[in-house]
Design a protein around this ligand. Sequence first.
Ligand code: NAD
Ligand code: UGA
Length: 460
Amino acid sequence: MKVNRICCIGAGYVGGPTMAMIAAKCPHIHVDVVDLNAERIAAWNSDELPIYEPGLNDIVVEARGKNLFFSTDVEESIAAADLIFVSVGTPTKSYGIGAGRAADLCYIESAARMIAKNAKGPKIIVEKSTIPVRTAEAIRTILGANSDHGQFQVLSNPEFLAEGTAVEDLTEPDRILIGGERTPEGDAAVEALVSVYANWVSRDRILTTNLWSSELSKLVANAFLAQRISSINSISALCEATGADVDEVGRAIGTDSRIGPKFLKASVGFGGSCFQKDILNLVYLCEHFGLPQVSQYWHAVVQMNDWQKERFSTKIVKTLFNTVRGKKIAILGFAFKKDTNDTRESASIYVCRDLLSEGANIALYDPKVPVSTIHADLNYVGVSDEVIDRQLTICSSAEEATDQSHGLAVLTEWDEFATLDFSAIYDKMFKPAFVFDGRNVLPHDKLRELGFDVYAIGKG
Ligand code: NAD
Ligand code: UGA
């Protein structure tokens, strides 16, 4: 099987960058990225891509119109492709059975039905989306029941890129994971996909497994990563109570090669579209398979994260003499991490919601997140338009946000926040001037010298 033509269903944070990388590294392959969302496709075809990701623009511009095409021609692209990636969203279900935990597979099912309807010959279908283990079985059943020729091979190829470093991660991935059916046809399909990645990834980094191991490994990878953050965040509370310093503890344990230094940065809580969703999905799967102890164990990772966000808002209120009503608080950062405009599950959303409900006036600055996204995110967590109009101001700089404020809180670790002119900021704030560093990126000693009262996560 040779792959000459690829179609990717879903032009989101994963579909767009991964396909741009494949197109850039495999000039002999024609890559169509399709989506039902015409506005998003138009943005992929414009000078202003729909997602902000360092280095992405160059790669897209290099390949677009040559062997990389963004369109809404879903049906034609499916029909023409040898290999079809399914990269649609798999959000947490908000209704019915499993609401709040299970993955909503409606987009996966609709993609599978579109493939069945439009595929006229043999196809390799690749699950790129993160899905519950054994979803390939459901996809296979839908394809088999709705297509005349039935020559489909379903593979699992989960994506491990992180936002903000997507281009680096895709250029030099730690590993590529491909799961397939252990039959001669399955092995051939796996080899076809391996040969696409082998254009730039060395073969010893391309792991092949059975379908279920690959599907499950993606959920487990995210659960382990998130667990490290919740673990260090739990210790941050103990550091604050005892006078230890969480960065020093992180460094001390991270130099043990069995533990390793990464993902030990205490914070106001992890965000992003996937950690919470994927752990909740794992929790639901464990319950479904009659493993309540395993389910509770992983659920605690999410509970610790919720507590960390609440703890931060509570700290602000308590420190500001138990009332923030009518006080201006500068919030620096709304994205869930730096170098992305993605806000899904960002800790900042929840901290803003809590402070608005306490009556605070929030002055918010984020260098990349559009105003409309901020409003939509706050609406989604129950903040009314009336409260937004009355208590929220979106600012175009950190200086503007902090002017005449009682406190400033860093919620995203944008590089520019560490080098602000804090002396000027201090002069324009009410006294005592409070700083709440939810990312431990500010120069705390210098701030104290200037006169600020500084609270930082995990610093006793
Ligand atoms: P996204 O919401 O940004 O993009 C999904 C896109 O799919 C949307 O543009 C939507 O319009 C489109 N879509 C849905 N149904 C469709 C259909 N039937 N036909 C055509 N288009 C359709 O989502 P994302 O962040 O790219 O995530 C996609 C998957 O990848 C999820 O399962 C996620 O868990 C996983 N994942 C995401 C990341 C990440 O960093 N965001 C990393 C690894 C894995
Ligand atoms: C994460 C994983 O890192 C990717 O491997 C995975 O592909 C992706 O989820 C996914 O499945 O969607 P992402 O959420 O984009 O990637 O970003 P991370 O760098 O993992 O950060 C997640 C959150 O944890 C952010 O809010 C970040 O600020 C926080 N974090 C990260 C910490 O609080 N401390 C750390 O030490 C690391």
